[in-house]
Design a protein around this ligand. Structure first.
Ligand SMILES: Nc1nc2c(ncn2[C@@H]2O[C@H](COP(=O)(O)OP(=O)(O)OP(=O)(O)O)[C@@H](O)[C@H]2O)c(=O)[nH]1
Ligand SMILES: [Mg+2]
Length: 454
């Protein structure tokens, strides 16, 4: 508890020289501690007020600053807080922090401001984690997801269901007290409906992780195909730079080449690979193996082929060799030189193709559009909650297993005590997401990954 009563202090802007830096203090004594070194009396000032003055050390001015006062509970942490905006010299930052420590503050630990916000009920755990994601978001979509999460996306989806489950578990437990009389307070049909409903939400959230994770960490997109298909040319065209070596010699690319390109706010990490073929060249062989491994690791892939070289059957047979569970685009290349009759043949086949010329940059925009469609961003525009956090994903999967046990229990008619136990177990796992259930270890792990000053 004393940990919470301390007043903490940290630099909240990046270390280094800048025009302005912000030093933040939070805790009961935050305002009094700054007051000790401030040129004006601010001890009784109201929250949301801003004061211009000097920070003094032994009557010497360290800096002219602006301080902003926040009064409990109307602050980020829910405590009395104060922010000192000073000039961003390393010397000034250091001097002011030292003064504050001398006046009675303590250096904040990593994530400690956020931890206090959580303990004071300003945010639940998933929201606190979303703040970290928000700070690290680098694309429009990642930002949108983090923002939605911070506003309580996942908590809203789960809290009502959790409450209903709690009611059921309590009713079932009440039945146990009357076990002699063989009564049922908890309507089993209603319970089945509820569990189905919860499971639906949980599964949808868990499924969104694939997309969420791809958006947060970039979408691995392998470009594969036979030698000379034009894979390296396509990479260069997408990037608008001569990144990979292009030549008419089959087997030019030996090692994977990665580059990131942001399309419609999504980071695609394109990986140009060695052409797929049976070869006796040892180095090329390694390249082919690496290419296939890369496809397995990708979230989506582009299979590219030269229409002038392959028949419809050959393309179909190549596609059979490649994983069908991973989303892919099948792209017919060299439309600039291949005869219309050949193109027509491909067009009339059952293959779902995009026709491009990597070299002449034809239909590259269409290719990009189709890539974005693969990521199923419709989910995003509908404002559904997208899971981006591995911890949440794992908790959802565990909850789902418990829910399956409840369903099985209801089918086989197990006794109430088992039902109630499984329901409570599912609630426990859902509760770890929002932090309604938490352990010191869990919290320690989460906040330790935040930076100091956050
Ligand atoms: N006409 C035409 N030529 C192309 C096109 N795309 C690629 N090429 C040519 O095809 C040859 C092979 O291109 P690359 O990009 O090196 O092919 P790759 O698939 O990377 O080949 P490997 O690395 O050997 O597997 C080069 O001579 C390119 O100029 C295209 O759209 N049209
Ligand atoms: Mg190549």
């Amino acid at each position: 508890m004393s940990e919470i009563l301390d007043t903490i202090c940290a630099l909240s802007t990046p270390h280094g020289v800048s025009a302005i830096s912000v030093i933040r203090l939070s805790g009961n004594e935050a305002i009094a501690i700054v007051n000790l070194s401030f040129s004006k009396e601010i001890i009784n000032e109201k929250g949301y007020t801003v004061h211009y003055g000097s920070i003094l050390k032994n009557d010497k001015i360290i800096d002219d600053v602006i301080v902003t006062i926040f009064r409990n509970p109307h602050s980020f942490t829910g405590e009395d807080s104060i922010e000192i905006a000073c000039h961003g010299s390393l010397y000034i930052q250091q001097q002011i922090i030292e003064l504050m420590l001398h006046n009675g503050a303590r250096m904040a630990l990593a994530g400690e401001f956020s931890k206090r916000a959580f303990f004071n009920g300003k945010f639940d755990l998933s929201q606190t984690e979303a703040i970290a994601d928000l700070i690290h978001s680098e694309s429009e979509v990642a930002h949108q997801i983090a923002m939605q999460q911070m506003k309580g996306g996942i908590s809203n989806e789960l809290s009502e269901l959790r409450q209903k489950m709690m009611n059921f578990a309590s009713l079932i437990e009440l039945e146990l007290d009357f076990s002699e009389e063989d009564v049922e307070f908890a309507d089993r049909t209603e319970l089945i409906t509820l569990i189905d409903e919860v499971q639906n939400v949980v599964e949808n959230l868990a499924q969104s992780f694939q997309l969420g994770n791809a958006i947060k960490n970039g979408v691995n997109t392998a470009i594969v195909g036979r030698p000379n298909a034009g894979k390296s040319t396509l990479l260069n065209t997408l990037l608008s730079e001569e990144r990979a070596i292009v030549s008419s010699i089959a087997g030019t690319t030996r090692d994977n080449i990665e580059e990131v390109l942001t399309i419609d706010g999504i980071d695609f990490r394109f990986i140009d690979t060695a052409g797929l073929r049976n070869t006796t060249d040892e180095i090329e062989k390694i390249g082919v193996k690496k290419a296939l491994e890369q496809v397995e690791k990708s979230s989506v892939y582009i299979y590219l082929f030269d229409m002038g070289e392959l028949s419809v059957e050959e393309v179909e047979s190549d596609l059979k060799e490649l994983p069908s569970t991973i989303k892919r685009l099948v792209v017919a290349n060299k439309s600039d030189v291949v005869s219309e009759s050949i193109q027509l043949e491909f067009n009339n086949s059952k293959l779902d193709l995009i026709f491009i010329s990597a070299k002449e940059e034809d239909s590259i925009l269409l290719l990009k559009e189709r890539l974005v469609e693969l990521i199923d961003t419709e989910n995003l525009s509908q404002q559904t909650t997208i899971i981006t956090n591995l911890r949440h994903y794992e908790a959802l999967n565990k909850a789902n297993e418990d829910l399956k046990k409840v369903q099985e229990g209801l089918e086989t008619g197990v006794t109430g005590d088992f039902l109630a136990m499984d329901i409570r177990q599912a609630m426990h796992h859902l509760g770890t997401i929002t932090g309604e259930v938490s352990t010191d270890d869990l919290l320690g792990n989460i906040f330790a990954n935040f930076c100091i000053g956050k």
